[in-house]
Structures are given as C-alpha cells and as structure tokens.
Design a binder for this molecule. Structure first.
Ligand code: SF4
Ligand code: SF4
Length: 337
C-alpha cells in the first residue's frame, strides 16, 4: 500500500510503502545491543542548540522512549546528560545510551567515563565512542584513551566501544582496528558534510563494515538541517539503508518525534504535527558582540567559519548546524537556533 505524506518542512511530497506500525530493532553488529532503528540524537535539545529547559527536553526524550525508541545518542560536549537522566527517571524498559569524548589520554578518558556514569546515573555505559575521528592516524593518536576504554570494558563499565566520524578515512580506520566495534558515521542521501569523499564511497565502506560485523548507526540524515526542505526523503533514505543498524535523528519537539517515528514505521504523520513544524528554519546565529577570537573557527569540523573584519562569518553551504562551535565560544556569541 502506498501512502502520501505531506512535507513537514515544506518541499516535495513523498510516497512511502506502509510497512506496519512497529519500530524496527536491530543488533548493533556483533554486539548484544539491540537498538531501535531510530536513535534519539540529543544534541538538538541541549545548550549547543535549542537549549530547552530540563523539563522540556526530558519530556521530549521520554515521549520518544514511550513510543518505541530505546537508543539515545549523546556526547560529553553536548551537555545533555541531565536531560537523559531526567527522562529515564521511573522508566523501566531497557535504554541503550551511546556517548563520546575527545579524550586522548587514559586519565582524561577515565574522567569522561566517570562523568558519564555519574551524570547519567548509570553504573555501565552501553557505548563509548572516540568523538570525531578523522583517520587511522587520529585513532592511533587516541590509543591511550582506547586502551583505557578496553580496560573499562573488561571491568564491565562499558559494553562496546567505537568511534564517530565525518570522514571516509575515519570509517576506513575503524575497519582496520578490530577493537572498534561501533562506527557512527556521517551519512545522508546527498553526502553533505562528508569531509573527504562521496556518499557512495562512504556507503561502500559501511557495507564492508557491516559484513565484518561492525555495529553502524548513522548521523546527520538531514544534513544538519540543510536538507530540511526534503526532510522526509532524506530521513526515509537513511532509515532504509541496509548498511545502517540505526540512524540518530536530532529532534527538538514532540511533533518532530511524532513525525520521525511515523516515517520510520511507514505511517502517515499527523497533519497537526506537520503544521507545527513546517515553517521551522534553523540557522547559525553569530552575535554582534563576537570578539573575533577564532576559537570557533578552530573547532569547526566542516571548515565553515572564518574571521573576516574581526568577526566570525559562516559559509552556510558548509555548515551542518552541529553547534560544536557554540561550545567553545568564551562569549556565548555563536549558537544554532
Ligand atoms: S569563538 Fe565566539 S567570540 Fe570567538 S570568533 Fe567565534 S563567535 Fe566570535
Ligand atoms: S559553523 Fe558551527 S554549527 Fe556550523 S558546522 Fe561548523 S561547528 Fe558546526
């Protein structure tokens, strides 16, 4: 049966084949972690993006959990542990949480793991990733941190380890290292944001990773907002990729959760939800009081920022609205809204 979905954010209509009303769950590679195809990407609710109140943000996560999502993606830099902890209060079903750290050294990774355990109120962290690895060289540069995670895994404090990456070379590096069980790559149907190659080069390596038993969950299926005009097409493309066990989708409202879950389950989204989110536009705001210090420029993985006339300027075509720049601005002068 074919259903027609009105576009949530404007743009072309999409025809989907109805595939039942239930969320799909997959094992992440050879791990025993069984996750929902839709992973709640928590970056979008936190201080780097919507900066929702604890109550608002946790309510949105809880709403997703109660509708079948059992997988949440976070990172130390996102500062969203408090939202997740609040959302899980009194929730009895199993929820798999993946987090990430930039740590290079064992001692710093230890601090990252302890912070995650403490702030998420969990004895065991399901998935711990090296954040934003670029190649086999950067992975090797973080080897002390990897060794610490392997030790923590042997002690039962972590269930699986891996890396996140915006590059084809990062995925290639993960394939060369047996200890990297989970890969969290940037992938969307236009290949937007992949720093060193094409969508098909990325997919080819992910297919290889899948056949090797790596657990793979994608990020930025809507290109960090740049594919909002064709959001259903982009999300459906990602959700239907056989290379991906799950897809992390950033959500900032109950309506966005409802629409994304409807698309994942082959249902027609509620027209009221579509109406609520259709005019939503997200962008990077750089305040007039930017001091031009350049900290955001150095942080941007997409090389989308530069200092022009003593102020940060963004190249919109390159920006994925990840908000990583916001986390390093000493003046809170840059944010995704
Ligand atoms: S980090 Fe903040 S103050 Fe520094 S250049 Fe970027 S936006 Fe401006
Ligand atoms: S400019 Fe900021 S929001 Fe845009 S890609 Fe770079 S770090 Fe991410």
């Amino acid at each position: 049966m074919t259903i027609q979905c009105a576009p949530p954010y404007g743009g072309a209509y999409l025809h989907l084949s109805a595939g039942g009303n239930n969320m799909d769950y997959n094992y992440l590679g050879k791990t025993n972690l069984k996750v929902s195809k839709v992973c709640f990407g928590s970056l979008t609710i936190g201080p780097l993006q919507a900066n929702l109140s604890l109550k608002q943000g946790s309510k949105i996560i809880r709403h997703a959990l109660e509708r079948g999502v059992n997988f949440i993606d976070t990172a130390e830099i996102y500062d969203t542990y408090p939202y997740i902890r609040e959302a899980l209060k009194g929730y009895s079903k199993e929820v798999i949480i993946a987090t990430k750290s930039y740590a290079y050294e064992a001692s710093v990774m230890k601090e990252s793991l302890e912070k995650a355990r403490r702030e998420l109120d969990r004895d065991v962290i399901d998935i711990f990733l090296l954040h934003e690895q670029e190649s086999i060289l950067t992975i090797k540069g973080h080897w002390q941190a990897v060794e610490y995670l392997l030790k923590a895994k042997a002690q039962g404090l972590v269930r699986a380890i891996g890396l996140s990456t915006h590059t084809v070379a990062g995925v290639k590096g993960a394939l060369e290292i047996p200890e990297m069980e989970i890969i969290h790559p940037l992938i969307n149907y236009q290949g937007l944001g992949i720093l060193d190659g094409t969508r098909d080069e990325m997919l080819s390596l992910l297919k290889q990773g899948k056949s090797m038993g790596k657990g793979i969950y994608g990020m930025k299926p809507i290109g960090g907002g740049n594919l909002l005009a064709e959001a259903e097409k982009a999300l459906t493309w990602a959700l239907q990729r056989p290379e991906l066990d799950a897809v992390a989708v950033g959500m900032q409202s109950i309506s966005e959760v409802n629409i994304n879950l409807a698309l994942a389950e082959g249902r027609e989204p509620d027209p009221e939800d579509l109406e609520i989110v259709k005019n939503k536009v997200r962008y990077l705001l750089i305040e007039d009081y930017c001091e031009g210090c350049g900290a955001c420029v150095a942080k941007c993985p997409q090389k989308a920022l530069q200092i022009i006339e003593a102020r940060a300027k963004v190249e919109k075509e390159k920006c994925l609205l990840c908000g990583y720049c916001a986390g390093v601005c000493p003046y809170f002068a840059i944010k995704v809204i």
